[in-house]
Design a protein. Structure first.
Length: 398
């Protein structure tokens, strides 16, 4: 399958570009009840086109609900071609790692190792300066002006190094997520895509992925900032009497504390809501070949009636990644702790190694997280748009 037609929006024209694209699992307009979509994927060279494969009889309401329990859905790849349960999404994500480990792990490990090395170097030098400044203060309760200035500069350097690591990691994770989503979408039909094929499919969308990631972060962050500002206003109200030389009343303090706690809860709920509703933005951007804003809109539409289903899958995946990361981090942390006690002078080196290991852990976790995102996207399209019908047609042509 050397070239594929891209996934199309219900209102947009078909993409006429020449870049290789994901197999067209069907335009995502909702087909009439009881009718399979007539569009089908094309495989091989763009000219001539592969003919339309034979259609399959649709079970009642095929575009909107799961097939009857007696219907055994075909499974050409990592998942059965029908709407999925949460456990099937998680199981399919693990299966994608086993089905195509080369495409799922090699790019992630290579890129994150490079990021880890780049981040470890400034981490070593900045933390070495910070530890040196801390040692120079000794047990003195007061710092000289020179000591305070040196400690402040070293602290800022360490903070800058941490911010650089976070920025590089976020950038690499965004690009890798797009690559991995494409690899998983191919595995759904039982196809093992090479890292080179996946890169060819994704490279034209790299800047769009980065821009979309920044925009989504700004949307979620803006909501948090608004809530934080309201909390600061409440806190400021309690300070007014203090500034006037009076004691704030107990009722005023209680109202402010309760208000801040309520705002914190609202902030968590709102952040979770926005994160879930926008969680499929990268999948729609890459697989449907749409723009940044259109990808965000598509994610919002797809998750509209399935918020709890998506939240459940993301929550379960998050618990798994936290457990795995916790175990691996615990082992490396224990080793680092023993070494720091026996050889305190190597702390900067340990911090640098910890930074590198953290990047490697991210490389092992990211493929699973991206696979979950891709399968949630495919699941919601099967539930709402009859994508399973077209997937069966696509599988039949392979």
């Amino acid at each position: 399958m050397s070239s594929d037609t891209p996934w199309q929006s219900p209102s947009g024209p078909e993409d006429s570009g020449t870049a290789p694209a994901e197999p067209r699992f069907g335009a995502y307009g909702t087909p009439p009840a009881g009718q399979p979509s007539t569009s089908s994927p094309s495989y091989g060279p763009a000219d001539p086109q592969v003919g339309v494969p034979p259609t399959y009889p649709a079970y009642p309401g095929a575009a909107h609900q799961a097939p009857p329990s007696f219907f055994v859905a075909p499974k050409p790849g990592i998942i059965p071609l029908r709407p999925l349960s949460i456990t099937e999404i998680i199981g399919g994500a693990f299966e994608s790692l086993r089905a195509n480990p080369k495409a799922m792990f090699v790019p992630s490990i290579v890129v994150m190792s490079i990021i880890g090395l780049i981040s470890a170097i400034p981490t070593f030098f900045t933390t070495r300066g910070l530890y040196s400044s801390l040692e120079s203060t000794g047990d003195s309760a007061f710092l000289t002006e020179d000591q305070a200035m040196s400690l402040a500069l070293d602290s800022l350097s360490t903070l800058g190094s941490s911010m650089l690591t976070a920025a590089l990691t976020a950038l690499a994770s965004t690009i890798l997520t797009g690559l991995l989503i494409v690899a998983v979408s191919r595995s759904v039909l039982g196809r093992v895509a090479s890292p080179g094929e996946v890169w060819q499919r994704t490279k034209g969308r790299v800047w769009a992925l980065i821009g979309q990631s920044i925009l989504v972060s700004l949307i979620v962050g803006a909501a948090s900032v608004v809530i934080a500002l309201v909390g600061l206003v409440l806190f400021g109200i309690t300070l007014v009497p203090v500034l006037n030389g009076d004691e704030p009343s107990g009722a005023m303090v209680a109202i402010a504390v309760i208000g801040i706690l309520v705002l914190a809860v609202i902030g968590i709920i709102l952040g979770t809501f926005l994160s879930v509703r926008l969680s499929l933005s990268s999948a729609t951007l890459v697989l449907e070949n749409v723009g940044v804003i259109e990808g965000i809109k598509r994610s919002w539409v797809l998750t509209r009636s399935y918020f709890w289903h998506v939240l459940g899958a993301l929550l379960l995946a998050g618990i798994i990644t936290v457990l795995v990361t916790g175990v691996l981090s615990g082992v490396t942390g224990a080793v680092a702790g023993v070494l720091s006690v026996t050889s305190g002078g190597i702390m900067p080196a340990l911090d640098a190694v910890s930074t590198f290991i953290g990047s490697l852990l991210g490389a092992l976790i990211l493929p699973f997280s991206a696979a979950v995102t891709a399968l949630i996207y495919i699941d919601l399209r099967m539930r709402q748009e009859g994508l399973d019908v077209e997937l069966r047609q696509a599988a039949d042509t392979l």
